[in-house]
Design a binder for this molecule. Structure first.
Ligand code: GLC
Length: 461
């Protein structure tokens, strides 16, 4: 093969690859950070998984898990009537928990749409409910000061052109699979794009979009099947300020995603891509299921959830915590109990969460505590998970702290540093290392889920 031919072939490949990249002007890191500023400062959002699966009340994947036919699943469509739905109550509960944004399922994998889409009949307005559920929620959340996010499923187990794959409810039904062989997935992709267009043009400014999910590879579906490059281009054009997640299978495409989404999983450290820390958000459930699950009993405690939020922020991430509302349209008591408990803690301690991030590495990690840091105010927050007996030693902080207080009540916390006395034995000195600052805490743990010590660092260092 001639060199010229190889060269021409290489150029063609490069041109094709370039065509796959969204054609916007590349965004600088600073521009991206500015676009995402509200989101990184917010730190805490509400995920809502709501749909027909609230009726069977045994996981949002029930149609796939139990390999249901459309006919079997139709009974939930025919009986969907959330008569107690009060979006203002949901919005209030979210705000009082300290959440700053929300993400609601407009459509989950079962294909059921919660808004009045013009592109399908498989929507809420055709159920006994008979009305759009998304518009009023968006309005109520905005009224409580929350930013608006949509979750939209890439999978669709109802659409007649969606090809049967390993997750499809009818995957084991030979006759069905045979009949479905002629399905044209490009028609489904057009429908998907059309619906995303509806969502991004019908409800005003949308702040975040959570597309879910890709499983590329043999028999799977990814960027080729979803036509993800085209889709992200349209998304960016329709809502240039919007923040989009990482599940379109475009991780290697510039502008193809804004943040990583570890699911039901606490990363060990700040999430990195190619060795560089990136924006990330972990989505988590109260109990394991995203949709309302009546019989699940493995609910996390308020304390576990508060610690989860702190730990997420201590590693530079966001927490998107999920509620699966009931078929009547309510947050159930278990969810409300957790939200209120978190809200109780947030009411007095949110200063250690909003706008905060991982503490600079020079401050050592104290045992039994988690640190967060506010770069704007220069304050360091020590979340004391294991209440110690009287003293808490902090490395790297001697000479750095101007004032210390318990955050929930603003009561002073005394400290000694650099070989000072711990104050327990008269005249006892020199027990601390050169760089250690020792907080002197009350013996009795304050009556707070997780007490926080706020350290005002000296300016100009
Ligand atoms: C997964 C699941 C889904 C859930 C989502 C939340 O992709 O398929 O049920 O909606 O994660 O992140």
């Amino acid at each position: 093969m001639s060199r010229a031919f190889l060269c021409a072939a290489a150029l063609l490949v490069a041109a094709l690859a370039a065509a796959a990249v969204p054609p916007q002007r590349p965004e600088s890191e600073a521009e991206r950070a500015a676009r995402m500023k509200w989101w990184t400062e917010a730190r805490f959002g509400l995920f809502i998984h709501w749909g027909l699966y609230a009726l069977p009340a045994r996981h949002e994947w029930v149609k796939s898990r139990e390999k249901m036919t459309d006919e079997a699943y139709a009974k939930y469509f025919d009986h969907f009537d959330p008569d107690l739905y009060d979006p203002r109550a949901w919005a209030r509960a979210a705000r009082e928990a300290g959440m700053k944004y929300f993400v609601v399922t407009t459509k989950h994998h079962d294909g059921f749409c919660l808004w009045d889409s013009e592109l399908t009949d498989y929507k809420v307005t055709n159920t006994p409910c008979g009305r759009d559920l998304i518009g009023p929620l968006v309005e109520a959340m905005r009224a409580e000061g929350l930013r608006v996010g949509f979750y939209h499923s890439l999978l669709d187990w109802h659409h007649p052109e969606y090809t049967v794959d390993a997750h499809h409810p009818r995957r084991d039904d030979k006759a069905f699979v045979e009949k479905a062989r002629g399905r044209d997935l490009t028609k489904y992709a057009a429908y998907l794009h059309g619906q995303v267009r509806e969502l991004l043009t019908g409800f005003g400014r949308i702040d975040t979009l959570f597309m879910d999910y890709s499983f590329p590879g043999p028999g799977g579906k990814g960027r080729r099947e979803w036509r993800s490059e085209e889709l992200i281009r349209m998304i960016r054009e329709l809502q240039p300020g919007l923040i989009v997640n990482d599940r379109l299978d475009l991780l290697d495409v510039p502008g193809g995603w804004d943040y990583r989404t570890p699911e039901q999983f606490m990363p060990r450290e700040w999430v990195k891509v190619d060795g560089k820390p990136v924006p990330w958000e972990t989505c988590q459930t109260f109990s394991g299921s995203w949709g309302y699950h009546r019989d699940e009993s493995s609910w996390k405690s308020v304390r576990q959830l508060v610690v989860m939020l702190i730990e997420t922020v201590s590693k530079g991430g966001n927490l998107l915590l999920n509620v699966g509302p009931t078929a009547r349209g309510e947050f159930d008591d278990r969810a409300l109990d957790r939200l209120r408990g978190i809200g109780r803690w947030m009411a007095r301690n949110s200063r250690s969460i909003y706008g905060c991030t991982q503490a600079p590495a020079e401050f050592g990690k104290p045992a039994g505590a988690l640190l967060t840091y506010h770069p704007g105010t220069g304050r360091l927050y020590v979340h004391v998970l294991e209440w110690p007996l009287g003293v808490l030693a902090l490395d790297g902080l001697a000479g750095r702290v101007e004032y210390a207080q318990l955050l929930h009540d603003g009561s002073e916390v005394a400290f000694t540093e650099k070989g000072g006395s711990t104050g327990f034995l008269p005249g006892e000195r020199g027990r601390e290392g050169e760089n250690t600052l020792t907080l002197r805490l009350p013996v009795v743990k304050p009556d707070v889920e997780v007490p926080v010590v706020e350290l005002y660092l000296k300016k100009g260092r």
